[in-house]
Design a protein around this ligand. Structure first.
Ligand SMILES: Cc1cc2nc3c(=O)[nH]c(=O)nc-3n(C[C@H](O)[C@H](O)[C@H](O)COP(=O)(O)OP(=O)(O)OC[C@H]3O[C@@H](n4cnc5c(N)ncnc54)[C@H](O)[C@@H]3O)c2cc1C
Length: 341
């Protein structure tokens, strides 16, 4: 492999039901930064069916080129056809970097593609930068249970591939117009060699807001004492009158108090709300990894030495079961006063 032949930063722009995943727009923004340092261009690759409309959006968010692999056989994500087409695109176009969202789809697809193109993959990166001397991609991710940050390079193989969790990178401000060059990639699917066929899709829709979309998160930890006390968090979230929802630490998910999709942290979701209220959460490094970039952090903990206070902008030392009802009343009163004035 002559690594000099590989040029350009590619992003696998994930779509489902015709909607681009937010993480793909975040990655296009990051790719723009990397491409600038490498003196190259950003290419977003979309696989799906009837996906033409997505090119403009990707262009506005920073893609210089968009490759559309449009085929009815790619309408719904399936490992084999997606891995087949993306491998073909990579082998043909030889990008130096390929980025994927660490979504369920990205986590399934990226390792298979990396094996097929014989290169490495760094999963769940929290930092990506170009080494100014070697021009290698420096991929940083938590290691040893989050206790250290490891920076990984892939100097001998191309492309350099990484997955990044949603919410870690920030989107750029979109341009009013897209000037991206669009290529319609000719898809050839060897359907007979695929082993899986989708017969039916059953979707479970949750009526709760996704914690990554919330402006305010009221988050509970083991210090809440029991699942019933999570009602205190629901009451506070409701008092804000919209944009707020309840999240939690992993301890509560492991104890079966809360659904996994509410978990914040290294093995949960990365969140960046305007306000994060940590209630009875100790502030373990794996939890902080998922919420420390929140705009404002308030912590309530009965232990004044709890590490969460080091990350918090405001702290209340006390029992959550006593403080939360009083906090909720204050929020209700403040919002009522604001609405009156
Ligand atoms: C590989 C790996 C990945 C992990 N991923 C994650 C992750 O994604 N997210 C995550 O959260 N954790 C994760 N963890 C677990 C993490 O290390 C901690 O164990 C976990 O975050 C602790 O949850 P907690 O703060 O709710 O509980 P604890 O650490 O038990 O803390 C409870 C806190 O509540 C306080 N408290 C107790 N009673 C009260 C009260 N009545 N009023 C006020 N305060 C009270 C205590 O002082 C204490 O600080 C991971 C661990 C590993 C090894």
């Amino acid at each position: 492999m002559n690594i000099q032949d590989y040029k350009g930063v590619f992003v696998f722009a994930q779509q489902e039901d015709g909607k681009l995943a937010g993480v793909s727009l975040e990655l296009v923004g990051k790719a723009k930064e990397l491409a600038k340092d490498l003196g190259t261009e950003v290419t977003a690759v979309v696989l799906g069916s009837e996906i033409r409309d997505m090119a403009k959006k990707l262009g506005r968010y920073g893609a210089d080129n968009v490759v559309l692999a449009d085929d009815p056989g790619l309408k719904v994500y399936m490992t084999e056809p997606y891995a087949h087409v993306l491998t073909q695109i990579i082998q043909e176009k030889k990008p130096e970097i390929v980025l994927y969202g660490a979504t369920a789809i990205g986590r399934d697809l990226a390792p298979r593609v990396s094996a097929r193109v014989h290169t490495g993959l760094t999963a769940d990166c929290t930092g990506l930068e170009v080494d100014p001397e070697t021009k290698n991609l420096r991929m940083t991710r938590p290691a040893f249970g989050g206790n250290i940050m490891a920076t990984i390079i892939c100097p001998e193989f191309r492309p350099q591939m990484a997955t990044v969790r949603p919410g870690v990178m920030q989107r750029i401000h979109p341009a009013a117009e897209s000037s991206a060059k669009v290529e319609n990639y000719k898809v050839e699917l060897p359907r007979e060699s695929f082993n899986v066929e989708i017969l039916d899709i059953v979707k479970k829709v949750s009526d709760k807001m996704d914690i990554q979309d919330a402006k305010i998160l009221v988050s509970g930890g083991r210090g809440m004492g029991c699942p019933e006390n999570f009602q205190l968090l629901e009451d506070l979230a409701a008092a804000f009158g919209g944009g707020a929802t309840v999240s939690s630490s992993r301890a509560c998910v492991d104890a079966g108090w809360v659904e996994k999709d509410r978990q914040v942290g290294q093995t949960g979701k990365t969140v960046r709300p305007d306000l994060y209220i940590a209630c009875g959460i100790s502030g373990a490094i794996q939890h902080l990894a998922g919420m420390e970039d929140s705009d404002l952090i308030i912590a309530i903990n009965k232990d004044e030495y709890a590490p969460i206070f080091e990350a918090a902008d405001y702290g209340v030392v006390g029992d959550v079961t006593k403080i939360l009802p009083a906090f909720t009343e204050q929020v209700k009163r403040a919002i009522a006063e604001k609405n009156e004035s």
